[in-house]
Design a protein around this ligand. Structure first.
Ligand SMILES: Cc1ncc(C[n+]2csc(CCOP(=O)(O)OP(=O)(O)O)c2C)c(N)n1
Ligand code: SF4
Ligand SMILES: [Mg+2]
Length: 339
């Protein structure tokens, strides 16, 4: 009996070994998120879906909670998903991930499926992940005997229901729930939730947490590949420019994402087995090889900040400076470094 348990446990911890792709020439042409969706032109959340599916490859099951990446992607009788895909309830990304990983394990143990490592990825938006589904994601990250990746695509609002403010929306951003008015110019006075930092700091058994942006696509794909190869429960937070909610011309999506990184608003990092590495332009900023651009370069490109006056930009800049100059780890741990 103990042999059976040992064998199944061993089977369970196997993951696919997905080596990093060294450059665009190594990336296969095959897509697993194709045409057939109805997301807005320039939608970077759709872009991270495409990169995520490509990075994971064909032996993958993907689930997603309610939001643009459900509603706009799966209109009746059409879908861009080539791999098996399922919708799950808005706050349920974490439970859906554990349930799917457990279901696959049981099917294999009962001999109903061939034993092979199958990637389980569940995505959620910022509303579904950083707000409504936070507890389920936290629980999933403690289920160390399951291999699963939760990818939170962050368009910084409840976009699908017409751009309501979320806990991940930036300070001061105009949304349908935080429109600037004559009595109060700044309606959303909450600073953006630090989701990846929170997941990394609070879940010591989670072996991999990372931030990505589609404006650094190779790194984003390799991050997905690394998370799936490391195994156990893992978490990736993707910042996705959203032309509709952020109010800019769709042709600038890539540039806006780059500016989020270059201004230091969105630090790129991965935490592997408790060890943090900044990568890309964020690493160069940390090392003093690249000067951070002023946050106004990013903010003033987007209509959602068009009501900002100088003092708002200065406040925003001060918060980003503090993050880079005073935090224990810039962008990750909001605690002052010990003297
Ligand atoms: C429990 C529940 N509450 C509210 C809704 C309505 N609803 C559907 S999509 C959505 C927005 C989700 O926002 P987010 O997770 O950020 O995804 P996005 O739409 O931005 O892609 C909401 C509020 C719902 N489907 N289920
Ligand atoms: S509203 Fe934003 S996230 Fe939703 S489909 Fe359009 S661009 Fe993408
Ligand atoms: Mg959202």
């Amino acid at each position: 009996m103990s042999d059976v348990i040992e064998e199944s446990l061993e089977d369970y911890i196997k993951t696919q070994v997905l080596e990093p792709w060294k450059g665009p020439k190594n990336v296969p042409e095959q897509e697993y998120f194709t045409s057939g969706h109805r997301t807005c032109q320039g939608c970077e959340s759709a872009q991270i879906m495409k990169l995520m599916a490509k990075a994971a490859g064909p032996r993958t099951v993907i689930l997603g909670s309610t939001g643009c990446m459900y509603v706009a992607n799966t209109t009746y009788y059409s879908t861009p998903w080539v791999v098996p895909w399922m919708h799950t309830q808005l706050g349920s990304a974490g439970s859906a991930a554990v349930g799917t990983a457990a279901g696959l394990k049981v099917q294999m143990r009962k001999g109903k499926m061939a034993k092979e490592p199958i990637n389980v990825i569940v995505f959620c938006g910022d509303g579904g992940g950083a707000d409504m589904g936070l507890s389920a994601i936290s629980a999933a990250l403690q289920h160390t005997h399951y291999n699963l990746l939760i990818l939170m695509y962050d368009n910084e609002s409840y976009a699908n229901t017409d751009i309501q403010v979320s806990g991940s929306s930036p300070w001061g951003a105009n949304s349908t729930f935080s429109p600037p008015g004559k009595a109060r110019r700044i309606m959303n006075r909450r600073w953006k939730k630090n989701m990846a930092g929170m997941m990394a700091a609070g879940h010591p058994d989670c072996k991999y947490v990372a931030t990505v942006c589609t404006s650094a696509p190779m790194e984003a794909m390799n991050s997905v590949r690394k998370a799936l190869s490391i195994g156990g429960p893992t978490f990736i937070h993707s910042l996705d420019p959203c032309p509709k909610g952020w109010d800019y011309d769709p042709m600038f999506s890539h540039e806006i994402g780059e500016l989020a990184i270059e201004t230091g608003i969105w630090p790129l990092y991965e935490i592997e087995e408790g060890k943090i590495t900044m990568y890309g332009k964020s690493r160069r900023i940390l090392r003093g090889q690249l000067k951070r651009k002023p946050v106004a370069d990013y903010l003033m490109r987007q209509g959602r900040f068009a009501h900002f006056i100088d003092e708002d930009i200065e406040y925003f800049q001060g918060k980003i400076d503090e993050m880079w100059e005073k935090w224990l780890i810039p962008g990750v741990i909001p605690i002052a470094a010990p003297a």
